[in-house]
Design a protein around this ligand. Structure first.
Ligand SMILES: [Zn+2]
Length: 631
């Protein structure tokens, strides 16, 4: 049982904001004064807190009933089915009970009452996690052949077939009771390196002061630093900002390396304890993903960095720089008026998905109309953007919409996630409705591509076209190339530990520095401190071997988008049908299988090559638009 929240990592993109002319945007950040049509309507989940309270009580009673089923499973298929059905009831309630608190908390993080109720829900889930721990070991006491017969003979078990067989698939990596207990003790200990990273990078870090060329003094917090990189046109300021900012991390470099060594050792410990050949294999096996996926991805991208180098050379030329550095990557080349009121943006996003059919559009229109998107920033609201599907109710999209082109793309992205939830929730029983992260970013990325195509079709102005194309290129660098470089780094570092080699800051600098050279070559001048920037990537410490999925989703999306938009119309129509089937299939099978059915094989280099080709074509177009502007 899990409550699902797709939290988005949206690439850092670099359009600067002009002073916005008058628009429909409310000029207030006081939530009560923002019109209801731009805010979530929580009453679709529960009419009031009393109803939520009743839901919580109901859920707890069902959790107790579930715990009481311990020892009953071997009685036969009816007993197994009873447990699964009850687990579904708990799961469906959990979405509502969790959603009602977490969504309300996110629109005002200062509200202590809501925060308290949210904690209460979290604690209830944690308690249930322990109370339900008997289930998997007890299932495994029933022989797989017996369970197969039970499934065949019991139609009610059909929706649970995949989940049940997956328990057996992982059986050879499950230890006996004593072994599992020992590992659960070690799990607590294993949190230490991640916690040390958190403290080093948040509590203990002292963000430095910097005097800019115009005499202005700034404190380089992450936000200020990013602001300088994205908008300060003085290269000397960007250089000083980068060197000073990373300097704050460098003073504790050896501690970061020691913490990261802990992460690597933890991974290898877990892999060996569960009879896996590598940390990569252990990590990917939970979703039955072959290690070949990461190997293929890394190898294809390593030999496909040509378009990135060409793009950097173009940037260097257009920005008029003598040398090009990593801190020059965020500065816009051309600026165009950038003002898209929300009403216009939602129409743009809606119109852009027309190729997916009227039914898709109609369903999207329903949640863009009002009550499901929390549009504007307000005091106390959580930053960023996400889509959260509440099963049986609908998708809830959080935005901090600010009328920029970036924000329009973010809306398209989140609407893609939301449509994935809508389609899978209405097509799947609860048991198989949730999709995994391995496919999640396909729907969002594909919608961004549709939006880009629609916007490009609307303008012949070379500057506007350049800005749009650059948005797409920067997105590929952030979501694809950079993430593969990260995955490549993780693979090298984990391998060192698996081969019994020492991990020190010097070793990690060498690995990371070599990768920067391999990926960017002489298209940039590599400043020495960038070799140590492995230090600050939270994913390396929080969730090893996670980031590659951004790249595989991006590649899947590129492949599907190509199939849906090029070639004979009958082929395109068939590809669109396969794509919609993918979205409707939720978590009914392993993600690799679902993607294969849609026409994507991630073990093949050609799938990855689709992104590299796309990047190359985009850079060609950028060069053409740039030539038009310069003439
Ligand atoms: Zn996303």
């Amino acid at each position: 049982m899990s409550t699902r929240l797709i939290s988005c990592w949206v690439g850092v993109v670099s359009l600067s904001v002009f002073d916005a002319p008058a628009s429909a945007k409310p000029d207030t950040r006081v939530r009560a004064e923002i019109p209801a049509e731009f805010k979530w309507n929580f009453s679709t989940i529960y009419p009031d807190w009393a109803a939520w309270e009743a839901g919580l009580v109901d859920m707890k009673a069902k959790m107790d009933a579930y715990a009481a089923l311990k020892g009953s499973l071997s009685a036969g298929p009816a007993a197994v089915l009873k447990a699964y059905l009850l687990d579904d009831e708990i799961g469906i309630l959990s979405y509502k009970v969790y959603g009602y608190t977490s969504l309300q908390r996110d629109v005002d993080l200062r509200d202590q009452d809501t925060a308290g109720r949210f904690q209460q829900v979290r604690a209830t889930f944690a308690k249930f996690g322990t109370a339900a721990a008997w289930f998997t070991p007890e299932m495994l006491t029933i022989p797989e052949a017996t369970m197969q017969t039970w499934i065949e003979d019991t139609p009610g078990l059909a929706p649970y077939r995949h989940a049940i067989l997956d328990i057996y698939r992982q059986q050879k990596h499950t230890l006996d009771e004593a072994g599992e207990r020992l590992l659960s003790y070690a799990a607590q200990l294993g949190q230490a390196p991640t916690a040390i990273f958190q403290e080093l990078s948040t509590s203990d870090i002292k963000f430095p002061q910097l005097t800019l060329q115009d005499g202005k003094e700034v404190t380089l917090s992450p936000g200020t630093y990013q602001g300088i990189l994205n908008s300060n046109r003085n290269q000397a300021d960007r250089a000083a900002a980068a060197e000073t900012y990373y300097g704050a991390y460098l003073v504790t470099k050896n501690s970061y390396a020691a913490a990261y060594n802990g992460v690597l050792q933890r991974g290898w410990f877990g892999a060996q304890a569960r009879n896996y050949g590598s940390t990569l294999e252990a990590t990917l096996d939970s979703k039955a993903i072959p290690t070949q996926v990461v190997e293929t991805l890394v190898e294809a991208v390593r030999s496909g960095t040509g378009p990135v180098k060409r793009y950097m050379a173009l940037r260097k030329q257009l920005l008029g720089l003598d040398t090009y550095h990593l801190y020059d990557g965020g500065i816009p080349i051309f600026e165009v008026p950038d003002n898209h009121p929300y009403a216009e943006a939602s129409q743009m996003v809606l119109a852009s998905v027309a190729p997916l059919g009227v039914e898709y559009q109609t369903k999207m229109e329903k949640f863009l109309r009002g009550g499901w998107v929390d549009v504007y920033e307000n005091e106390g609201k959580r930053s960023g953007a996400y889509s959260m599907g509440v099963y049986g109710v609908g998708p809830f999209l959080l935005m901090n919409y600010n009328d920029t082109l970036d924000a329009v793309f973010t809306l398209a992205h989140e609407a893609g996630h939301a449509m994935h939830s809508v389609l899978s929730n209405e097509s799947q029983p609860f048991a198989t409705a949730s999709y995994t992260i391995f496919v999640a970013e396909v729907a969002s990325t594909t919608n961004e591509r549709f939006l880009l195509n629609a916007l490009l079709a609307q303008t012949e102005d070379p500057r506007e076209r350049f800005v749009l194309l650059q948005h797409a290129v920067d997105n590929i660098i952030g979501t694809f190339y950079t993430q593969v470089l990260f995955a490549n780094y993780e693979r090298e570092a984990h391998r060192r530990v698996e081969q019994g080699q020492p991990i020190t800051a010097k070793v990690l600098d060498e690995i990371y520095g070599q990768l920067l050279t391999d990926y960017y070559g002489d298209s940039l001048t590599l400043d020495d401190f960038y070799r140590s920037t492995w230090m600050r990537i939270p994913h390396f410490y929080n969730s090893p071997y996670y980031v590659y999925q951004y790249a595989t989703c991006f590649a899947s999306s590129a492949k599907l988008f190509n199939a849906m938009t090029t070639g004979p119309e009958t082929d395109q129509a068939a590809a669109r049908e396969r794509y919609l089937t993918l979205l409707k299939s939720g978590g009914s099978d392993y993600p690799m299988e679902l993607l294969k059915t849609a026409g994507v094989d991630l073990t093949k280099g050609e799938t990855i090559q689709a992104v590299i080709d796309q990047m190359s074509a985009l850079v060609d177009q950028l060069e053409i638009e740039a030539a038009k502007i310069q003439n």
